[in-house]
Design a protein around this ligand. Structure first.
Ligand SMILES: O=C(O)CCC(=O)C(=O)O
Ligand SMILES: [Fe+2]
Length: 260
């Protein structure tokens, strides 16, 4: 697995994912790939928002539709299948890293776009999946975020707490309850994650991101979408992958359709 400069980044990226819970791979996707993903996604999001019109929509996937939801105020998430994007999920350039982390017989999870409007506030710190065992089990769900444009800090790139995929274990590490961490609640932060334990506060990382960067994260890592202080929409495309047979039911919880 090579980046745009021809460097082999598979082993170093896998190592960072295991250690930090995330890896930021700059200069990774080709111009052609980000253009195609971006054009498809922005059009689809526009169409879905038009179809949605004045229909009611709340915050969180259970208060949304099966095609589109709000992940937090001003932060739209629209599902777009690999087929609609025009790619097979196994032919995308980050796939070797997914195989390395999840095993050769991994499953595709979901794909789409997350788009935050100007003046969107930052999210509350959260994890997207609970832990499944007292010891640190291998990652079960990886999300890949692709920057189709530059995302300077003022546009709110995703922020990660380094190494918190280990510390967020609600079975035997953190004192925070699982539901509080999974459903963006007040009181979750890198500090409170380790409150009352022997562990050091994990470092919060939010970097300027350039177009073509690919970020992969173990979704047990504490993270949050940043505040968009700019006057432009902040887009990221995502593709997710799971270990064989993992059920993603809590990640998209609505059965209602915007087309009904
Ligand atoms: O918008 C982002 O950067 C991240 C969004 C996110 O983590 C979520 O909605 O679960
Ligand atoms: Fe998240």
């Amino acid at each position: 697995m090579q980046n745009r400069n021809g460097q082999d980044v598979l082993d170093s990226s896998a190592e960072l994912m295991r250690k930090d819970g995330f890896v930021i791979m700059a200069d990774f996707c080709s111009e052609e790939l980000i253009k195609k993903l971006g054009d498809t996604a922005i059009q689809r999001l526009k169409d879905l928002r038009e179809t949605l019109g004045d229909k009611e929509i709340g915050i969180g996937s259970s208060a949304g539709y099966k095609e589109i939801c709000l992940r937090s105020r001003g932060r739209w998430d629209a599902l777009i299948s690999p087929k609609e994007f025009g790619y097979e999920p196994e032919n995308l350039p980050w796939y070797p890293l997914m195989q390395e982390m999840l095993g050769e017989d991994l499953d595709f999870g979901m794909s789409g776009i997350i788009s935050s409007e100007p003046n969107t506030p930052e999210q509350k710190w959260h994890i997207d999946s609970p832990h499944e065992g007292a010891e640190l089990l291998p990652v079960h769900h990886i999300q890949v975020l692709i920057a189709i444009n530059d995302i300077p800090v003022e546009m709110g790139p995703t922020e990660f707490a380094r190494g918190s995929h280990i510390l967020s274990n609600h079975i035997n590490k953190t004192k925070l309850p699982m539901e509080q961490m999974v459903y963006q609640a007040d009181g979750t932060s890198p500090e409170t994650l380790v409150g009352g334990t022997e562990y050091a506060v994990p470092e919060a990382v939010q970097n300027d991101i350039t177009a073509g960067t690919c970020i992969a994260f173990d979704d047990r890592v504490l993270h949050r979408g940043g505040q968009n202080k700019s006057s432009k929409n902040r887009h990221v495309i995502y593709f997710t992958y799971t270990k064989k047979g993992y059920n993603l039911s809590t990640h998209w919880e609505s059965d209602a359709s915007v087309f009904d």
